[in-house]
Ligand binder design. Sequence first.
Ligand code: HEM
Length: 121
Amino acid sequence: MERTFYERIGRDNLRALIEYFYEGIKTDPVLLPMYPGDLEAAELRLFLFMVQYLGGPATYSERRGHPKLRMRHVTFPIDETAKDHWLACMQNAMKKVDMDAESRQFLWNYFVHTANFLKNR
Ligand code: HEM
């Protein structure tokens, strides 16, 4: 059977990716003000979401229900600038994490596609 991207990338690597991403958020003047509360809790939500999306355990949905990503982002003003900052944070984080080329390409395509889909201004 084919391995999932979750297995290929590995849970610890995925955890590191999301940690690096949130390190970027903490110093981003556009994004940081948008994050309403506890950044650690937000970090855990994105991590568990990505685990589930990539084929790992469905802990995200057990805790949060259906992701409804667009609905959950409507209160945040996501324009072209915010989207670019989000993707730049993710690109920086990805540079710090080792993974095979196909996984890298798959992840990046997903982030670009989803960030565009979540634009709401
Ligand atoms: C395009 C720029 C984006 C901005 C400005 C943005 C901003 C935010 C903010 C402010 C939150 C609330 C933090 C929290 O959970 O407390 C959030 C949550 C979340 N975002 Fe984004 N986001 C963006 C793109 C994305 C993308 C591309 C993904 C998917 C790969 C994503 C996945 C999530 C998830 C899973 C949550 C937690 C949802 C929940 O369970 O409540 N976001 N985002």
